[in-house]
Design a protein around this ligand. Structure first.
Ligand SMILES: Nc1ncnc2c1ncn2[C@@H]1O[C@H](COP(=O)(O)OP(=O)(O)OP(=O)(O)O)[C@@H](O)[C@H]1O
Ligand SMILES: [Mg+2]
Length: 168
């Protein structure tokens, strides 16, 4: 069973609000936490990651890891790794990155997780961003108890929004 929370993100500020809300909930759930960020080019994955990292106390630049593959930060919840697999050819490169080692950090964020489906399927939380007019829609899928804890916390924060359990 996965729990799905749908949120409307009419503008960039709303995406940043979601990042801030995630930062409020994360300290309350069991870690490590593995979050994947799905969506087309320009969907807002890095925008969301950046807002989350800022809310976790990162004051320096938060760059897209598109070319470096991984950017790491010290935050209020400990070390966070932000990865982007857009340019990855496949699973061997993930091995080379030592993803298993990175995965032990309190929080790991991966953009373009679908490049390595076997790893993507082990996420605690999948955040899917889709275009909706000039804005975006977010769908959050909890795949583990940790993910459920995050989705439940967010549902309370955004309690006027519908939370729809789906069985698949
Ligand atoms: N809710 C929103 N509504 C409208 N625009 C948004 C919203 N959230 C983010 N944006 C804008 O969309 C763009 C998203 O860029 P961003 O780099 O975050 O996308 P991305 O998903 O990381 O892309 P890539 O796949 O290239 O890494 C930015 O210009 C940002 O201002
Ligand atoms: Mg990006």
């Amino acid at each position: 069973m996965t729990t799905v929370l749908r949120l409307d993100l009419p503008d960039e500020a709303a995406t940043q609000t979601l990042g801030g809300a995630l930062a409020t909930v994360l300290p309350r759930v069991a870690r490590p936490v593995f979050v994947t960020l799905e969506g087309d080019l320009g969907a807002g994955k890095t925008t969301l990651a950046r807002a989350l990292l800022r809310a976790l106390g990162v004051t320096g630049a938060v760059r897209s890891p598109t070319y470096t593959l991984v950017e790491s930060y010290q935050t209020t919840v400990g070390e966070v790794h932000h990865l982007d697999w857009y340019r990855l050819a496949g699973a061997e490169e993930v091995e080379a990155l030592d993803f298993r080692g990175l995965r032990a950090a309190p929080l790991v964020l991966v953009e373009w997780p679908g490049r390595v489906p076997a790893v993507a399927s082990t996420a605690d939380l999948v955040i899917e961003l889709v275009a909706a007019g000039a804005g975006r829609g977010a769908m959050l899928h909890a795949l583990t108890d940790t993910g459920q804890g995050i989705v439940g916390g967010l549902a309370k924060i955004f309690e006027d929004k519908p939370i729809t359990p789906s069985f698949s």
